[in-house]
Design a protein around this ligand. Structure first.
Ligand SMILES: [Mn+2]
Length: 334
């Protein structure tokens, strides 16, 4: 079966960027850098590792929608095979209409409101549903959003993830709703209507998205498939284990992915978790990259400029490929 959720690269230079969380300025800076490097023949691929959306600051400053629209525009401009965005746990709620919060910061309502205002709702939702989960390289470097998880415990489960079908899962829930939840029942449930309005910007009982909040709740609470997907996109890596235990988890994860991949995958590059500086080595086989939001301080953020072909055996071999997001000396004053 074709791995619709994997991208395979066997040569060329990839510029790898992680977690920008709606920061339009940093996105524009890195995007310009890629355009320039591509023009000079120094970069072939622009890989954005997910969590491009959901600003941590004020709603007015949140550039999530313009960032997504620009990524879509760039993909159009270059044609297939140059610009890739991977799915992150912050994009996932907008495929399934689920809620996502950090402390008392609610991400879902803000993004859904902006999405409604954007007039590109369908386009953006289709784009998010289409996103791959991983990049596999001939170099043996696997790139994903969050890191390794023990929930990919066999080659069969790896295969399942790499052919993941959002539509089927949504359809299943829609069928259940049609059988068990008449529309009137939802409309007359004031709490349900209020939640739909608040989280998803549902405007009236006639809104075609009336059932989506229920659908999201059903899927999030009852679907094993969704639980698997969530673990893939939200793993806490070694923070949920000891480093030794996580290295074992990572080794198994790479083994199961490799079993169904064109090349053995030996080193993992991912974002998702804050680091001091712009990157960190997690044991011998993983590099955690933070291009801005998750770098500490953010100004020390970094991206990766890696050869997709030359074999890499240890995460430390990627250190010379690290580049600072902001090089203070030779900026052109943007
Ligand atoms: Mn994340």
């Amino acid at each position: 079966m074709e791995h619709t959720r994997a991208v395979d690269l066997d040569s060329g230079m990839a510029m790898v960027v992680t977690d920008l969380h709606g920061d339009g300025e940093v996105y524009a800076h890195l995007r310009q850098k890629f355009v320039k490097l591509h023009k000079q023949g120094l970069a072939d691929y622009f890989i954005l590792c997910g969590d491009m959306i959901h600003g941590y600051s004020d709603e007015e400053d949140d550039q999530s929608i313009p960032i997504l629209l620009d990524i879509m525009r760039l993909q159009n401009h270059y044609g297939p095979g140059t610009v890739y965005m991977l799915l992150g746990n912050h994009e996932l709620p907008h495929i399934y209409s689920t809620t996502l919060a950090k402390g008392d910061r609610e991400f879902t309502p803000r993004f859904e409101r902006a999405l409604m205002r954007s007039k590109h709702q369908e386009q953006i939702r289709d784009f998010l549903r289409s996103l791959p989960f991983m990049v596999r390289t001939k170099a043996g470097v696997l790139i994903n959003h969050a890191g390794a998880t023990p929930s990919i415990s066999s080659a069969d489960i790896a295969e399942h993830i790499l052919t993941f079908d959002h539509e089927a899962l949504l359809q299943l829930a829609d069928d259940k709703i049609r059988r068990a939840y008449p529309k009137e029942k939802l409309i007359n449930n004031r709490e349900y209507m209020a939640q739909s309005m608040y989280y998803l910007g549902v405007s009236s009982p006639d809104d075609p998205r009336l059932t989506h909040f229920l659908r999201g709740q059903l899927i999030a609470q009852t679907s094993n498939e969704f639980e698997l997907l969530w673990e893939v996109l939200f793993t806490r890596n070694e923070q949920g284990w000891s480093l030794e235990a996580y290295e074992f988890v990572l080794e198994e994860y790479l083994k199961h992915i490799s079993a169904i991949s064109p090349y053995e995958q030996r080193v993992l590059v991912s974002g998702h978790i804050p680091v001091r500086g712009g990157y960190a080595l997690i044991g011998k086989q993983q590099m955690r990259l933070a291009s801005y939001t998750h770098a500490n301080p953010p100004e020390d953020g970094a991206y990766l400029m890696m050869d997709c072909e030359q074999p890499v055996h240890l995460a430390a071999h990627l250190i010379p490929s690290i580049r600072p997001t902001y090089e203070y000396e030779d900026e052109e004053g943007d």
